[in-house]
Write a protein that binds this ligand. Structure first.
Ligand code: ATP
Length: 232
């Protein structure tokens, strides 16, 4: 469904991605792991066209995303929940859910996201910026879900969120995946990533150095120690 082949990207003269290869199959849940600063967020931003790739290919359902304008990529079926959420704080919950649509979301989609996140239904007229961090994250995810993406890309969705809401958010990501949506997840919490995802890519200094199943990582925790410096 999504394939990155030898993708390069830089911030000015600073080369960050040095030939990233990564794949997400239809219906798969994939974790992108790596220590701080190795280029995980940059990889996601490059997929979304927010940073131009200076080389390589990014294909989504056979189409080269590098030729698609950034504002049209969501319309091609990719939902992106950026680090720091990226909701509109001055707009209400409802107005945030309308972003990216011409008008209101269809009733059945609204019902679907409010069933997933009842907290949002209770706060539908509240300004996004007045929600708690966890609720804002739910809103950022809900905003993608109303667009019915085929692939949901999330950048550290549970970072800095109170534990009670973390579980709700993880559960909903899992549910979306079980309903057939593909997931690409950047996650600092390796245990969470191993729980939610069946495949993992690990990055080091702008390249992918591990591509395998999360079952293999669980079975060989020394790999996690080698690449991430962590004990499971
Ligand atoms: N706007 C920017 N301008 C210049 N350099 C940047 C910019 N954004 C990121 N970088 C640099 O690019 C490198 C990769 O950053 P990136 O955010 O992709 O890493 P990451 O793996 O997501 O890290 P983290 O886990 O800390 O979020 C870092 O060295 C970072 O300092």
């Amino acid at each position: 469904m999504l394939e990155l082949v030898d993708v390069h990207a830089s911030y000015g003269k600073v080369r960050v991605l040095r030939g990233v290869n990564l794949k997400v199959e239809a219906g798969e849940s994939v974790a992108l792991l790596g220590r701080n600063g190795v280029g995980k967020t940059t990889t996601l931003r490059t997929i979304m066209g927010l940073l131009p790739a200076s080389g390589g290919r990014i294909e989504f359902n056979g189409q080269d995303l590098r030729t698609v304008a950034a504002h049209r990529i969501a319309g091609r079926g990719i939902g992106y929940v950026p680090q720091g959420r990226g909701i509109f704080p001055m707009l209400t919950v409802f107005e945030n859910l309308c972003i990216g649509l011409k008008g209101k979301p269809p009733e059945d989609r609204l019902k679907y996201v409010f069933e997933r996140f009842p907290r949002l239904r209770e706060r539908v007229d509240q300004a996004g910026g007045t929600l708690s961090g966890g609720e804002q994250q739910m809103l950022a995810i809900a905003r993608c879900l109303v667009l019915e993406p085929r692939l949901l890309i999330l950048d550290e969705p549970t970072e800095g969120i109170m534990p009670k809401l973390v579980n709700e958010i993880r559960h909903e990501i899992q549910r979306a995946n079980q309903a057939g949506m593909s997931v690409l997840l950047v996650e600092q919490n390796v245990k969470t990533a191993l729980k939610l995802c069946t495949r993992a890519f690990i990055m080091e200094k702008g390249v992918v150095v591990y591509d395998g199943t999360t079952a293999q990582l669980r079975a060989e925790p020394e790999l996690i120690h080698r690449y991430l410096g962590l004990a499971l």
